[in-house]
Design a protein around this ligand. Structure first.
Ligand code: ADP
Ligand code: TRP
Length: 321
């Protein structure tokens, strides 16, 4: 099965991004044909500083490689290295009713928050449809906020196919319910917009400081404690196997330890979990030319799929003459 995802290069990754998205992509590599790209054109809707966008793109590439995107198994590239996506974006625009975009939640949410309603923000789902349809994937793993965008891609594909025949494969979205929402240090959904994240590649002291801020119940040290709704437990369980979870539950039930102890334990667990990834990250950070080469090779692989598709589209739409 071909699985495709785009990831905006939007800064420091947190453990919500890891369990909600990156890990799923890494796991999918085992027995799928995985396509993953850094959506730098999409990021232009929010990042208006050129040097910063370049830096974020390289940072994201470095992070994803460190976290297990394997260029031998996956096609991994930067969106803008396959410019045909912009051509398809224009073609698809002629099959995109205004009403479809006007109904998009993400556009409505962003403008409601005061973000300027410019054309790229409005037509964001059309570029996303082009990202998807250019590569004929079967599955798009997404967070809940992106479901509607995949549905828009299907609608556009259908309208195009009605006109020109079965050119586009209709993509399906997939949500991993068990990790649909990783809680932040305040118990709300972890998100960089809420300032409640535990980052993957932060400094150790900083991570410990953040973990100490996790909101917990105020219960005396000796007393038994509830684990089900405890933010520390709920974060820890993402990293633990069944036996380790049970052991931690027992410690909560037994009493005699405060939340401070559980926080120290959580810090150690997270720090150890990401240790090998941190080492890999240090390697790639010191070898940015190698990262660029990997991205170039990935773009060449992606073009191998994109070019025959765009030629077919030029031909059926009459653009090729
Ligand atoms: P943020 O909310 O921090 O801005 P993004 O919107 O950039 O994160 O999300 C990037 C990816 O990570 C998406 O696939 C999204 O569904 C996933 N993700 C982000 N936060 C969480 C979370 N708290 N739990 C599960 N998945 C998440
Ligand atoms: N819009 C997605 C997000 O914000 C990123 C993205 C761009 C994407 N193009 C895509 C995701 C194509 C899946 C498929 O998370």
């Amino acid at each position: 099965m071909r699985v495709l995802t785009g990831i905006q290069p939007s800064g420091d990754l947190h453990i919500g991004n890891y369990f909600g998205s990156i890990k799923q992509m890494v796991d999918a590599q085992k027995d799928n044909d995985t396509f993953a790209f850094i959506a730098n054109y999409h990021a232009m809707t929010s990042v208006k500083d050129g040097a910063r966008l370049t830096e974020l793109t390289m940072q994201s590439a470095t992070d994803f490689l460190a976290l297990g995107i394997d260029p031998e198994k996956s096609t991994f590239w930067v969106q803008s290295d396959v410019k045909e996506v912009l051509e398809l974006y224009w073609v698809l625009s002629s099959f995109t009713p205004m009403g479809l975009l006007e109904r998009a939640h993400s556009y409505k949410d962003k403008t409601a928050k005061g973000i300027a309603a410019n054309h790229s923000l409005f037509s964001y789902p059309v570029l996303m449809a082009a990202d998807i349809l250019l590569y004929s994937p079967d599955i798009i793993p997404v967070g809940k906020d992106q479901i509607q965008h995949v549905e828009i891609a299907r609608d556009i594909a259908q309208k195009f196919n009605n006109e020109y025949g079965e050119i586009f494969k209709l993509p399906e979205f997939k949500i991993e319910e068990s990790v649909a929402t990783v809680p932040g240090i305040d118990g709300q959904k972890m998100s960089k917009s809420y300032n409640n994240t535990v980052n993957i590649f932060g400094e150790e002291k900083k991570q410990l400081k953040t973990i100490k801020k996790i909101v917990t119940e105020n219960v005396p040290m000796e007393a038994p404690k509830e684990y089900e709704n405890c933010n520390v437990y709920n974060m820890a369980k993402l990293f633990l196997n069944e036996d380790e979870c049970k052991e931690l539950q027992e410690r909560y039930k037994r009493g005699g330890e405060g939340h401070g102890h559980f926080k120290l334990y959580l810090h150690d667990v997270i720090w150890e979990y990401f240790r090998p990834y941190r080492e890999k990250r240090e390697y790639y950070a010191a070898h940015q030319d190698e990262v660029r080469e990997i991205l170039q090779a990935g773009a060449a692989k992606a073009k191998g799929v994109a070019l025959p598709m765009i030629e077919q589209i030029r031909s059926c739409t009459g653009i090729a003459y």
